[in-house]
Design a binder for this molecule. Sequence first.
Ligand SMILES: [Zn+2]
Length: 219
Amino acid sequence: MCRALCVFAYLAVVIVCVCSAVGQNPPTVSAEQIWSDLAAGNHRFVVGKTASRHLIAQRQALTESQHPRVTVLSCSDSRVPPELVFDTGLGDLFVVRSAGEDDDPISIGSIEYAVEHVGSTVIVVMGHQNCGAVTAACSGKKSESVNLDAVVAPIASSCAKMDPKKPETLDLAVRDHIHRVSEDLLAKSELLKEAVDKGKLTIIEAYYSLDTGEVTKLH
Ligand SMILES: [Zn+2]
């Protein structure tokens, strides 16, 4: 028993030493810590005390590579820029945006690239208050083009969550859409699902309030 424990301890020390010696991968940071950092940045944004950044130095330091731990899939809305909302600098966020934060093949492919090649370990799917894409999808009106239809069609199923007679219930559709997109990422991407199953990737659902500037973690 004692001998077995000694062998186990020896192997553990060897493994730690080898890993330390390799030292090539950036240190692993938990999803909880990453979200905590994002929340802290969002708080600075909310209270108007954003960090001062040396963007020229950052730009020069990042010319050869990037290692953003976080990928954000968010709406293109001009009032919801992830880098500002989370008070981040160059190289911090890998951002994929489209009206209504759609998870079409190009968006998913971009996220897969971020996870597979630049080391993102957290995906934040962020929708927002008064989203125009969700409003259009739930309006019942016909789109003006096939391209606009491609934006609103994926949102339509979430409209069942709202009462069309009560516009103030739009938020229910917004939140449902965030959840559906997050689930669809795993349903549509084997690469992302495998990363989640192996504990290498965490998907966070988030909601941005235009009123307060706050990002709330939904799930
Ligand atoms: Zn929007």
